[in-house]
Design a protein around this ligand. Structure first.
Ligand SMILES: [Zn+2]
Length: 76
């Protein structure tokens, strides 16, 4: 079973799934996570490591380039 195709809320073109890439130290790659609340600054790390974070999925409109992100709750 395939997921239903999403439609752009701006221009109604189809949206394709993807993700937002983070390139950290030494080009280490990861997917952008969603964190609840305000960012907390850390002297050493830039930002404090959050206790809870959710993996994100981002869809991109093939027409206008609009991005729409989802952070579903982890499976129990
Ligand atoms: Zn669009």
């Amino acid at each position: 079973m395939t997921a239903p195709e999403l439609e752009c809320c701006k221009c109604h073109a189809p949206m394709h799934p993807g993700y937002l890439l983070e390139e950290g130290h030494a080009n280490e790659r990861s997917i952008t996570a969603w964190v609840e609340g305000q960012p907390q600054k850390s002297f050493w790390m830039g930002l404090k490591t959050p206790r809870e974070k959710l993996a994100t999925r981002t869809y991109r409109c093939t027409g206008c380039g609009y991005l729409e992100s989802y952070a579903p709750a982890p499976a129990a």
